[in-house]
Structures are given as C-alpha cells and as structure tokens.
Design a protein. Structure first.
Length: 181
C-alpha cells in the first residue's frame, strides 16, 4: 500500500493513500482517536487563532480539535454543524455541500439554539483538513445565516491548492495525488 509521511506539531504519521475517485487519491488523515496528534496540533493551532467567542466545526473529524482548543482556552462550549437534521433540533439552518471525500451531496445543519448562541459573536471555523473549500463555504453560509462574525478559518492541514490560500491558517500542507490515466 502506498503511503505519505507527514509530521504535524512534532508528531509523525504514515498516511495511507486512498483513491476517492477515478481521477484522484488522497492521503487519508483521520484524527478521530489520535489523542497524541490532536493534543500536539491543538497547542500549535491555538497560537494562530485570534480571540473568539466560539468555535464552529463540522461533524465529525473537526470535533476533537475543537474540543482540545476549547480546553486550552477555557472555553466552555463549541458549536457543531451536523451532517443530518436530528429530531431534537429546533428551527435548524441547513446548507448543502459536496466534499472531496464524500463525492455526493450532503447537508450540514446548525441547530437554531446554536445559531442564537453565535449570533453577533466572533467565531473561528475549524476543521481537520481544508481541501477544495466546499465544506468550509457551507459552514460559512451557516454562520452568516446565523449572524455570526467569522474572524478566522483554521485547519490542521491545507490539502492541495488550499495551501496557497491567504484566508486560512493551518499547520502543514498535504498534497493531492492525481491518478494516472
């Protein structure tokens, strides 16, 4: 199996190269369960994020890094945009997205209660990886509909051309792997 070695905040991982379409493969970066990497990355990424009232992340891989940065900053709460609308959600705000890993239309939903919490507040949109920026844009639209003030966009990794963006902060760049035809 092909792999790609990356070092993030002093933690090295060997990432498997996974084909996500006939044209493209990616180095699969999964932070779920990787406490060592999440803790180290949070310490470094937290330094790059300005003061904010709340962190907004997408379900599910952004959750561990959001939790750890909240812990470092003594923030009691972060907001999660869910990938499905749950029965307990009150007046959810919904956006559609097609990400590089899903390859199909998905939704992101923000509970109306959470929208009320971030209205007029300074937020950072946080994720594990920013690649095409489609998920980021969908979360931005949710935040804007809620009336939040986006002051920062941050991720552990910037994948592909995202490394050239000047509107995000990140720790390391991750290449994309075009498939040979």
């Amino acid at each position: 199996m092909n792999s790609y070695k990356i070092s993030v905040a002093g933690v090295t991982r060997e990432l498997p190269i996974i084909q996500v379409s006939s044209e493209l493969s990616i180095a699969s970066f999964v932070i779920l369960g990787d406490c060592e990497l999440v803790t180290a990355a949070a310490i470094e990424l937290e330094k790059k994020i300005p003061e904010v009232d709340y962190i907004l992340t997408a379900e599910a891989k952004g959750i561990p890094i959001a939790n750890e940065i909240c812990r470092l900053r003594n923030m009691p709460y972060y907001i999660v945009a869910r990938k499905s609308i749950k029965p307990y959600m009150d007046s959810p705000i919904v956006e559609e997205v097609i990400s590089i890993t899903s390859q199909k239309k998905q939704i992101l939903g923000l509970d109306g209660k959470d929208a009320d919490i971030i209205r007029g507040k300074k937020i950072v949109i946080l994720d594990d990886v920013i690649s095409t920026g489609e998920s980021l844009l969908a979360i931005e639209r949710l935040a804007e509909k809620a009336g939040a003030n986006i002051v920062c966009r941050a991720a552990i990794l910037a994948e592909g051309d995202a490394k050239n963006r000047e509107d995000i902060v990140f720790l390391e760049a991750l290449p994309l792997f075009p498939n040979n035809k």
